[in-house]
Write a protein that binds this ligand. Sequence first.
Ligand SMILES: [Zn+2]
Length: 345
Amino acid sequence: MTSPRPDGPWSEPPAQGEAIEVAEGVLWMRLPLPMKLDHVNVYALDDGDGWTIVDTGMSSNKTRRIWEELMAGPLGGKPVRRVVVTHHHPDHIGNAGWFQSVHGAELVTTRTAWLFARMLTLDVQESWPEETLAFYRSAGMDPAIYDARVAERPFNFSDTVYSMPLGFTRIKQGDLFRMGGRDWDVHMGNGHAPEHATFWSRDDNLVITGDQILSSISPNIGVYATEPMADPVAEWLEACERLAPLTRPDQLALGGHKLPFLGLPHRMAQLIDNHHGALARLLDHLDEPRTAAECFAPLFKRKIGGGEYGLALVEAVAHVNHLYHLGQVDRSRRADGAWLYQRKG
Ligand SMILES: [Zn+2]
């Protein structure tokens, strides 16, 4: 989903291996991702004798080579002493273990992000776990896509996350954290990823939003086999409504993807409204019983391509789960194992 025009000071991202200084001592850089969303933003904050970086990109030899270029170039050869990770997804935590074990950096993140990432990197599966397959069937995954997936080796977290050594430094809700010559209030997001850290500068207008709030795409909110009954839509809405009073129009929001932007209060209200709109359309769509996979049209209002199918499916499950937890739909098992959701009464 693209927006008409970015509402921010920059219309173009930094080129590969280069940085844009978004505020004094704060560099914005990009790393490539091998998927439809083809990049992730990372930031470096000048601590005087070294850098704190925020997020690390997906683990690959290519992204580590780009980091080496960035460290020798825009970072001026000063050491990366700390790595702050906003949440546990591979595009953010992927190279954290490399910074720890090869560069001696300290990892700073939330307890849930660390536990999730380390658990998943250690959980290497050569064949598909039955729970994952049952989850796909219960979501009504397209049989052709299901068969193609089952025929391949399963995705493993460790394919895209560098081995994580033992040990990290915890940040939590309400902490005051110093980096880049500024004091930052730490507030927890949720819904896109559990215990997702966001940072709110006390000394200027900077906010590091990670993937909790993005400028021109909506943060993916998904349900996975780990917790099939989760309600991350409720969690995301709760977090955004809790963070909304902290926002100001003049803040510069530094997100995990797309461009830094102004107008955080407006963007947050817009994202919240979009979810309420999608839920209302979904409820109408469920006048007839349907699987989660049959709910793409009212949720996304566009054709979902093969490369987006997986993310669309977990997002559809999140939205039907939310209606189910609100008590607005019932569900029943179809013979093939798929849940059919239908509006109540
Ligand atoms: Zn991300």
